[in-house]
Structures are given as structure tokens and as C-alpha cells.
Design a protein around this ligand. Structure first.
Ligand SMILES: N[C@@H](CCC(=O)N[C@@H](CS)C(=O)NCC(=O)O)C(=O)O
Length: 216
């Protein structure tokens, strides 16, 4: 059942998928896809994913992209129980809320500060920092209510969110004002299966690259 996985280790959405796969024990066959070299724009890649994003998986001929959709698919298909992705409608809805929050608010606002700095040499925009800190405050509030992002069990929402938070950490964003995030982030590092290989190493690579580009 190995699943083909088109990825780059520094990419936060790829790391969310890698953490879910580790937790499920699903072996991924990694195909490093270098965006700088245009490896995501080849006819073969576009046939698999016309939107040309990483991560993309190919599971025995079935192609899928959008990291959180991939996480949901892997958990539904390969989960031995529903701990990581609960079947109960209300619990599942909270997992979805956190995943959409991560994609549409938290990581979006992170990108609005740091991507123009990396790719366009822009200065750090204080207004955008405020908006990202507001989103971090929302997450801190969620985590003041429960041990994990979507309740008392670790779920795929934690995998997605910790990929974002560790990326913010890697570029030196100050997380110390958010005590519940700090507590949860430490729990993620301690608890998540394969945290170092699936997430920490790639986040560090991203941070090193960010610092080399921004300080150059
Ligand atoms: N929301 C998407 C974002 C995917 C995404 O934008 N990935 C970036 C790399 S981190 C990418 O593939 N960029 C190349 C492109 O869009 O052509 C997900 O979570 O999978």
C-alpha cells in the first residue's frame, strides 16, 4: 500500500501530510519535486495535478492534492480507528473548522507577512504582523479549552496546525505571547509519531532558507 508522495521537505502543507501518514503508519514513497526547477510543471505532473501544487499523492492511480484533503483521505482510508479523524458529526466538524482556519486564516496570514519578504525583498509589515498575531490569538484561545486543537485527542487538525506553527517558529516569529500554543507545540513535539523526520527537519530547512534569502 505505499502511496506516492510528491513533495518538498520545506513545504508546510507537505509536512502536515507527512505527519498524518506517520501517525497512520502509511508508507509514503517520496518524490522530491523541485519547484525552482519547474518539476511541478511537466506534462506528466500536470496530468496528475493540473493545479501544479505540492503536496500531491498518487494512491494506486488515484491522484489527490490539497494537503488537508489528502490528510482526510488517508485517515478515512487507512485509519484503524477514528481517533485521528472522528466520525461523530460534531467532533468531525470541529476538526474541519480547525483545518479551514489553518488554511484560510492562520497560514494565509503567515504567508502574507513572510512570502513577500522571501520572494520580493519586502520589509516586514507591522499591520500584517498584527493580523497574524490576531490569528495566533484565536488558536491560543482554542487551545485554552482543550489539550489538542480539536478536543481531547490528537487529530489531523494538529498535524496541519503544527506544520504552520513550526514554520512560523523557524522564521523567528515570536510565539512566546501565546502560552497555550507554547504548551501544545511542546506536546506535539513529544507526542507525534515521527515528528523529527516528518516535520522538524523540513521546518528548519525552510527557516534556514528564509534567513539566507532575507538577510542576503
Ligand atoms: N492549500 C494548498 C497549498 C499548496 C501550495 O500552494 N503549495 C506550494 C508549495 S508550499 C506550491 O505547490 N506552489 C507551486 C505552485 O502553486 O505552482 C495545500 O495545502 O496543499
Amino acid at each position: 500500500m505505499p502511496v506516492d508522495f510528491y513533495m518538498m521537505p520545506g513545504s508546510a502543507p507537505c509536512r502536515g501530510v507527512a505527519l498524518t501518514a506517520k501517525a497512520l503508519g502509511v508508507p509514503l514513497v517520496e518524490h522530491q519535486t523541485d519547484l525552482m526547477k519547474g518539476e511541478h510543471m511537466t506534462p506528466a505532473y500536470l496530468k496528475m495535478n493540473p493545479q501544479h501544487t505540492i503536496p500531491t499523492i498518487n494512491d494506486n492511480g488515484f491522484s489527490l492534492w490539497e494537503s488537508r484533503a489528502i490528510q482526510q483521505y488517508l485517515a478515512d482510508k487507512y485509519g484503524k480507528n477514528d481517533d485521528l479523524y472522528p466520525k461523530d458529526a460534531a467532533k468531525r466538524a470541529v476538526v474541519h473548522q480547525r483545518l479551514y482556519f489553518d488554511m484560510g486564516t492562520l497560514y494565509l496570514r503567515f504567508g502574507e507577512i513572510y512570502y513577500p519578504m522571501m520572494f520580493g525583498g519586502a520589509p516586514k509589515d507591522a499591520e500584517k504582523v498584527k493580523k497574524f498575531d490576531e490569528a495566533l490569538g484565536f488558536l491560543d484561545g482554542f487551545l485554552s479549552e482543550s489539550k489538542w486543537a480539536a478536543g481531547d485527542k490528537l487529530t489531523i487538525a494538529d498535524h496541519s496546525l503544527v506544520a504552520s506553527i513550526s514554520t512560523a517558529d523557524a522564521v523567528g516569529h515570536d510565539l512566546s505571547k501565546f502560552p497555550n500554543i507554547v504548551r501544545w507545540y511542546a506536546d506535539c513535539k513529544k507526542t507525534m509519531v515521527g515528528y523529527e523526520e516528518a516535520n522538524a527537519a523540513g521546518a528548519k530547512g525552510f527557516g534556514d532558507w528564509f534567513n539566507s534569502v532575507v538577510k542576503a
